[in-house]
Design a protein around this ligand. Sequence first.
Ligand SMILES: Cc1cc2nc3c(=O)[nH]c(=O)nc-3n(C[C@H](O)[C@H](O)[C@H](O)COP(=O)(O)O)c2cc1C
Length: 202
Amino acid sequence: MNILHIDASPRAESHSRKLSAAIVERLLDVSPGASVTRRDFAIDPVPHAWSDYATALSSPTTLADPPPGSLDFSESLIREVEAADAVVIGTPMHNLTVPSVLKAWIDQVLRATRTFRSTPMGKVGLLQDRPVFIAIASGAIFSGERANQPDFLTPYLSAVLGSMGLQTVHFLAVQGTAFLDDGQAALAREEALATVDFAIPA
Ligand SMILES: Cc1cc2nc3c(=O)[nH]c(=O)nc-3n(C[C@H](O)[C@H](O)[C@H](O)COP(=O)(O)O)c2cc1C
């Protein structure tokens, strides 16, 4: 079993990093010996879509005959997802949605004719489903009765991951981090972890 572990927070001491690490630990508890592939966007950020890549994606013709090398990086990121039995993504909420560095990764892995097919009914995912665990940290509250802001993060990630064929998405969140001390944050992590079954279907 292979776990792809991605972190998108720019902060080293980060709530979403602690939660994503705890998710990986739980997965390793139920699948001892699993390997972990790491992508840390604070250390190695995914660049925004550049000219040749955007040109390749600009029409069916250019996609069929892309500028040389323009799809190589995208291909390597997609293969990391394909090689994973489970994907764990730690992400902060930045301005109601994902940080731009995670969006940059999405722009590389959600690619027409490779991870989805366009049909008159919408995108059809071409990847085999596998569980995706999203560890979210938000300074304020975006879900439940105490929500004080809209949430464009969870519906967005459900839509883009679902477009690739990744339908089994679990959201775990530590919310209101601006007001949590260390003990409260640890408790919030435990509460989030308790909402999910970490057994990965073979
Ligand atoms: C640029 C930026 C935008 C943010 N926007 C929001 C927001 O829209 N809603 C929110 O609840 N918190 C927002 N925050 C606060 C972070 O979500 C919060 O600090 C969270 O704990 C960050 O995750 P981390 O601890 O994993 O780094 C923002 C923080 C930054 C740096």
